[in-house]
Every structure is written in structure tokens, then in C-alpha cells.
Design a protein around this ligand. Structure first.
Ligand SMILES: [Zn+2]
Length: 277
């Protein structure tokens, strides 16, 4: 168990005072712990490296959190005034590491408006947090290849011997904000994450990725002159079912072409614009 609870003592009040116009008393502020992120492999088969967690812990100090699911539509905010990296030595992650999390201490000034929100946090209702940050490197856990530089054949979520293939998020370059959301992506911490610049786009599932590759491969084989790298982001917006259907019709089309003895598909050109097909 991570011991995240804390008492608001003089030392912590002084830390809060660095963010406020005047020092606040312990009666005026409400402070609570939030688990911002951890090193567990999440539902998207991604995890932060331990080094990344240390960097994120520093970056999140002073960052504002939003309660964006407030039914009244008022965006109430809280601020992280202190962070630490905590280990739970009794727990191992799927990658075999000691479970480690970035735990933040957040505060908000007590007002009449946020009384019910504070009650919800106290009751543990608003525990799920999502963070938004930018990451310089995403590495394959099996071979270590940097996905921004080269692609490898390993598929996220698949096992290679003992190893579960996942993406390791390394070297955060900036942390933007954190917010309370309904459904967490990280199983244990109750944390989801977003990345800039594509913070709003959902991370695709592996099946989606496989279908997408299949479609781009078939498109290219049909017509090597197509700008596959330009088409890929558009195609990625399609759902898995649509992609599968598209893949099937492309397959039929390519079969017809072959029968007509078309020279469109050439084996020598299977790598285009950095995509391994
Ligand atoms: Zn790999």
C-alpha cells in the first residue's frame, strides 16, 4: 500500500504559500493527495520509465488541476504544491519492476462553492486523475527501438517469451495539467494520460493498429504512388470495423487486378515513407 495521506503542517503550509498572494491558514485550505502517474503497464500497453517518473514529479509542482466533470459547469481548480516518487515494495508491475508512483499533494482554497466537491474528494469519489504531458521518446520494451526513429515488428500486448511487449514512455519534456476524469486508463493508480501534440486523440488499440497497417499495406500494394504517410492519419480515424471492411474490399480489388495481370504491385517497393509494410 502506498501511504499517500498526509497532515497539513507548518512546513507544507509554507510550500503552499509560495503559490498564494498571502500565507493561508490550515482552516482556509483543503489539501489532498493525488496519484498522478505510475510505472505500471496500462490498458494502452504503455508505461512510464522510472526516470520519466522522477522528471514528471519535478515538472508537476505548481501545475493546476481541473475538475472538468463538475455538473454545474464551473471549472474548479486545485494546484499541486508538492510531489514525491513513492515505491510500494510489496508490489511488482507487469514489467517486473517495483510499483512506483508520482504522488502529488494538491490544495484548493475552501469556498462555499467547492464544499460539495471537497466532500466528494474526501469520500474518495473523485480519485481518478488524468495527466497531460509531452514525451520525447517512446521505446519498444522488447528491443528498445525508439518508435519515433524506427519501427519494429513487435506488437504491443503480445508476449515474446516471458516479455510482454509494451511501449516505454521516456524523457518527458513538459507537463501541462492534470484533471479528474471518469474512466482511468492506468489500472492501479486510477490515472490516464494524454500527450501533446496529440493529447486529444485516443491511443489506438493493438487490433486497431494491426488493421490500420493492413489497410495501408493493401493501399500501397494496389497503388505504390499513393502518399501513404499522408493518408495514414486520416485512416487512423476510422474504427476497427470500418478498417477491416476497407481491408477486405482492397483485398478483393487487388485480387481482381492480379487476375488482370496488372503490374501495379511490385515487391521491391515494400518500404515507403518509413512505413514497413
Ligand atoms: Zn521492438
Amino acid at each position: 500500500m502506498l501511504m499517500t495521506e498526509f497532515t497539513l503542517d507548518e512546513q507544507l503550509l509554507q510550500k503552499i504559500a509560495t503559490f498564494t498572494r498571502r500565507p493561508l491558514s490550515s482552516e482556509e485550505v483543503y489539501a489532498f493527495p493525488v496519484i498522478l502517474c505510475d510505472n505500471e503497464v496500462d490498458r494502452d500497453c504503455e508505461r512510464f520509465s522510472l526516470e520519466a517518473l522522477k522528471t514528471l514529479a519535478e515538472m508537476f509542482i505548481g501545475k493546476t488541476g481541473i475538475f472538468d466533470h463538475d455538473p454545474k459547469g464551473e471549472n474548479q481548480t486545485a494546484r499541486i504544491f508538492d510531489t514525491c516518487v513513492m515505491e510500494d515494495t510489496s508490489r511488482k508491475t507487469q514489467a517486473g519492476e517495483v510499483y512506483t508512483a508520482v504522488v502529488g499533494k494538491a490544495y484548493m482554497v475552501r469556498t462555499d462553492d467547492n464544499r460539495s466537491l471537497i466532500a466528494e474528494i474526501d469520500a474518495g469519489i473523485k480519485k481518478e486523475v488524468s495527466i497531460s504531458c509531452s514525451i520525447a521518446h517512446k521505446k519498444c520494451s522488447v528491443c528498445g527501438s525508439d518508435k519515433a526513429v524506427s519501427s519494429c515488428s513487435h506488437i504491443r500486448g503480445k508476449r515474446y517469451g516471458e516479455k510482454l511487449c509494451h511501449t516505454v514512455l521516456c524523457e518527458p519534456t513538459d507537463a501541462y495539467e492534470w484533471s479528474f476524469v471518469a474512466i482511468p486508463a492506468q489500472r492501479n493508480a486510477g490515472v490516464t494520460k494524454g500527450y501533446s501534440p496529440d493529447a486529444v486523440s485516443k491511443m489506438p488499440s493493438d487490433e486497431h493498429e494491426v488493421s490500420l497497417r493492413e489497410v495501408t499495406k493493401r493501399l500501397f500494394l494496389l497503388e505504390p504512388a499513393l502518399p501513404v504517410s499522408e493518408l495514414r492519419p486520416l485512416l487512423s480515424l476510422l474504427g476497427e470495423d470500418r478498417l477491416r471492411a476497407l481491408s477486405e474490399s482492397l483485398k478483393r480489388l487487388s485480387h481482381k487486378r492480379k487476375q488482370a495481370n496488372s503490374p501495379a504491385a511490385t515487391k521491391e517497393l515494400h518500404i515507403l515513407n518509413g512505413y514497413k509494410l
